[in-house]
Ligand binder design. Structure first.
Ligand code: PLP
Length: 418
C-alpha cells in the first residue's frame, strides 16, 4: 500500500506511542495490519454527520460509519440529548431504569416475531448468548453456521486455526457453504437429534469477497428444516439490522427466526446490543445466566429509543437505500468511463465494491488510498455502510473522487479486459 507518511504524521506518531503500551498498537478489525499500513489514518479527532476528521486534520466522507453503528449521523443532536438527559438522571446503578422496559416494549412491538428482549453491549454478547439459549432449550450440543460468516471473536465463531482456539471449542460446530439449504438439510439428517441451533446472517457479507444475497427459497428451506428437526433458528442481524428493514432483516427476506441478535445501528453509536426471541424460548432464555458490568446502563437505551424513533420518523432506511443506489450507479458509470469493470454487491444501504478482474485486491487498495487522499473513506476489503446523514451532495462529491481514484487504478493496473 502507498506510504503517506506526511499526510498521516500525527497518526503515525500516536501509533508508535501506542505500540509500547497496547498489544499491536491497535488490535482487532481496526488494526492497520488489516486496513493496510499507512494507507489510512489511525486515529480520529472529531466526527459530525457523515464526516470525520483525523488527528492530522484530514476530512473524510465516511462510508464505514464506524463499521455500522453510525446510522443517523455522528453527534446526532436528538439522540445525544436523549442520552444526556438519561445520563444526568441515572445510567449505571444497582438497578436498571424504566427505559429498559420501554425499549424492550418498543422492540417487541416493532419486530413482529419478538415476544421478549434482552440487552448487552456488543454484538458478540448476543450471538454467544443465543447459542447457550439454543443449547439449553434443546438439550443438544451442535450448532450449524455458514463458512466464512462473522459472528464475533469468541472461539466457536473464530473457528479452528485461529490463535487461542482449541479443538474442544469447535468440536460441536458444523458448517455449510453460504446459501446451501440442501447441505443444511443433509447435515441436520446426519446429526439427527444433535443439533441445537443454526446461526446465520440474513445475507452473506464476508470480508475480502463479494456480498451474496440469499438464493431463491433459501430461508424458506432453512426454516422448514429447523421446524422438522427441532433446531432453534438464530438470525445474526448484528450488521444488517435496522438498515434493511426497521422490523428486522428477516422481514426484508420474508421469514421468521426464533431468535434475532442486533447491535451496530441500534443506538447510533451508543454501546448497546439486543436479542429478541419467540415466546416458546422465553423460559430457556430466563434460565441461562448471562450478564455484564454495563449491560443495564440506561444511557445507551435512551439513545436507542431515540435512534429507532428517528429512523422511522425520517424514513431513514429509504433515504439510505436511495443514497446507496445513487452511489452504486455513480461508481458503475465512472468505472465504465475509465474502462474498468467493477461489481457493487449487497443491498444499497450496505454496499461493497470490488474490481472484477483481479483476485488480490491490490486495485481495491489503491482505489481506497486514492479516495482517502481526496477525502472519501471507502474500505478495500470490508463492506461499506450508508447512513441517513449522507446527502446527495456527499454522494456526488464521492463519485467525483471515485472517478479520480479510478484513473489512478487504470494508470497502474491498466483497463479491464471488457
Ligand atoms: C454479523 C456480525 N455478527 C457479530 C458481530 C460481532 O459484534 P461485536 O463486534 O459488536 O461484538 C459483528 C461485528 O461486526 C457482525 O458483523
Amino acid at each position: 500500500m502507498t506510504q503517506d507518511t506526511d499526510r498521516y504524521k500525527n497518526s503515525i506518531k500516536l501509533f508508535k506511542r501506542a505500540t509500547k503500551v497496547i498489544p499491536q498498537g491497535i488490535y482487532g478489525h481496526l488494526t492497520p495490519v488489516i486496513t493496510g499500513p499507512l494507507a489510512s489514518p489511525y486515529y480520529v479527532e472529531k466526527t459530525k454527520g457523515c464526516r470525520y476528521w483525523d488527528v492530522d486534520g484530514n476530512e473524510f466522507i465516511d462510508y464505514m460509519c464506524s463499521y455500522g453503528p453510525m446510522v443517523l449521523g455522528y453527534n446526532h443532536p436528538e439522540v445525544d440529548k436523549a442520552a444526556d438527559d438519561q445520563r444526568k438522571k441515572a445510567s449505571v446503578c444497582n438497578h436498571p431504569g424504566e427505559v429498559m422496559i420501554e425499549l424492550a416494549e418498543h422492540l417487541n412491538k416493532l419486530i413482529p416475531m419478538a415476544d421478549w428482549t434482552v440487552f448487552g453491549k456488543n454484538g458478540a454478547d448476543m450471538t454467544n448468548h443465543s447459542l447457550m439459549i439454543a443449547r439449553h432449550h434443546t438439550k443438544r450440543k451442535k450448532i450449524i453456521m455458514s463458512k466464512g460468516s462473522y459472528h464475533g471473536t469468541a472461539a466457536w465463531a473464530s473457528g479452528a486455526g485461529h490463535a487461542g482456539v482449541i479443538d474442544n471449542d469447535v468440536e460441536n460446530m458444523l458448517y455449510i457453504s453460504w446459501g446451501d439449504s440442501e447441505g443444511f438439510k443433509e447435515l441436520a439428517q446426519k446429526h439427527k437429534g444433535e443439533i441445537a441451533g443454526a446461526i446465520f446472517t440474513p445475507y452473506h457479507h464476508p470480508t475480502w469477497a463479494n456480498q451474496e444475497m440469499p438464493p431463491e427459497g433459501f430461508w424458506k428451506e432453512i426454516r422448514k428444516t429447523c421446524d422438522e428437526e427441532g433446531i432453534v433458528l438464530i438470525l445474526d442481524d448484528v450488521r444488517a439490522g435496522f438498515r434493511l428493514d426497521l422490523k428486522g432483516s428477516h422481514e426484508f427476506f420474508g421469514f421468521e427466526p426464533d431468535i434475532s441478535c442486533y447491535c451496530k445501528a441500534i443506538a447510533n453509536g451508543y454501546p448497546l446490543s439486543a436479542m429478541v426471541g419467540k415466546e416458546e424460548i422465553k423460559i430457556s432464555a430466563s434460565s441461562v445466566f448471562y450478564t455484564g458490568s454495563y449491560w443495564f446502563s440506561a444511557e445507551p437505551m435512551a439513545a436507542s429509543l431515540a435512534t429507532l424513533k428517528i429512523l422511522k420518523r425520517d424514513n431513514g432506511i429509504e433515504k439510505m437505500r436511495k443514497m446507496g443506489e445513487l452511489l452504486k450507479s455513480g461508481l458503475e458509470e465512472m468505472a465504465q468511463a475509465n474502462e474498468l469493470e467493477i461489481e457493487v454487491t449487497g443491498p444499497p444501504q450496505i454496499p461493497f465494491m470490488t474490481f472484477k478482474d483481479r483476485g488480490d485486491f491490490r486495485n481495491s487498495q489503491l482505489f481506497a488510498v486514492e479516495s482517502m487522499k481526496r477525502g472519501v473513506f471507502f474500505h478495500p476489503h470490508h463492506n461499506w455502510f450508508l447512513s441517513a446523514a449522507h446527502e446527495k451532495k456527499d454522494i456526488e462529491k464521492s463519485i467525483n473522487v471515485a472517478d479520480e481514484a479510478f484513473k489512478e487504478v487504470r494508470k497502474v493496473f491498466g483497463a479491464s479486459d471488457i
